[in-house]
Design a protein around this ligand. Structure first.
Ligand SMILES: [Zn+2]
Length: 251
């Protein structure tokens, strides 16, 4: 995908996970040390695929990072640590906590941890400065848009995180995205701009639905999310709750 990143796709496709979870393998060219981001759900054959990809090239897993604690990214973290002996780092939930702005160096590879809460309160993204790319987990996806998983997620935090990513694209530090689901994003700046516009449009639709008398999150979904498949309405309902909370605090 980039000089330092390759993807092993987990076979867990669904309306929420798109083609499945992207497990990312990061390494400095020529280094034996690999950083694995999001080993995924507890799927032993996927974990073995990931391990084989690392060891077949004479390398080893030196560190595992988690973008957030949702099962489709992190459920296998403990099992993967058993298999590899490598530490697992994430934010919160009993992990060796990442610090915002921390630079992690493994086998000559530099990874910068950026806090991007919103989808969940524990969401982090990771910059690979040498490749000008950002691993976004579920904060920005390769296709479509993501869910603000209320009440753990928050729209206010999410918008701040998107602006943080936008600033990285403006500065030229990030030009592409490696998402937790869906394909490689070649134009990070355009995608983040689209995400911010999409959030503003949805917020306006939610505001209108409420002013037309929608009383519940479900009623708002029926009006504002008629364009999305019903299979993702439960997730849309969470995003609507997050937007209603935002509208309460930003009248
Ligand atoms: Zn996910």
């Amino acid at each position: 995908m980039t000089e330092r990143a390759e993807c092993v796709l987990c076979p867990n496709p669904s309306p929420m996970t798109l083609d499945g979870t992207n497990t990312w393998l990061l390494a400095e060219p020529g280094s034996e040390d690999v950083v694995v981001v999001d080993p995924g759900p507890l799927d032993e054959s996927h974990l073995q695929d990931v391990l084989r990809r690392v060891t077949d090239s004479g390398r080893r897993v030196a560190l595992t990072l988690l973008t957030h604690g949702h099962d489709d990214h992190a459920e296998s973290a403990r099992r993967f640590a058993e298999l590899t002996g490598a530490p697992v780092r994430g934010f919160g939930r009993g992990h060796d906590d990442l610090r915002a702005g921390e630079t992690i160096t493994v086998g000559g590879l530099e990874v910068l941890a950026v806090e991007t809460p919103g989808h969940t309160s524990d969401s982090f993204s990771f910059v690979l400065p040498a490749d000008n790319t950002l691993l976004t987990g579920d904060t920005v996806l390769g296709r479509g848009t993501t869910v603000v998983a209320w009440p753990d997620g928050s729209l206010e935090a999410y918008l701040t995180s998107l602006e943080r990513i936008e600033a990285l694209t403006r500065a030229g530090e990030v030009t592409s995205l490696l998402p937790g689901h869906g394909p490689f994003v070649a134009d990070a700046a355009a995608t983040v701009t689209f995400y911010l516009q999409h959030r503003a449009e949805r917020l306006e639709q939610v505001r209108e639905a409420v002013s037309r008398g929608a009383q519940t999150a479900y009623a708002v979904v029926e009006q504002a999310y008629a364009d999305v498949p019903r299979s993702v309405w439960p997730a849309a309902e969470l995003s609507v709750q997050a937007q209603l909370e935002y509208l309460r605090t930003h009248p």
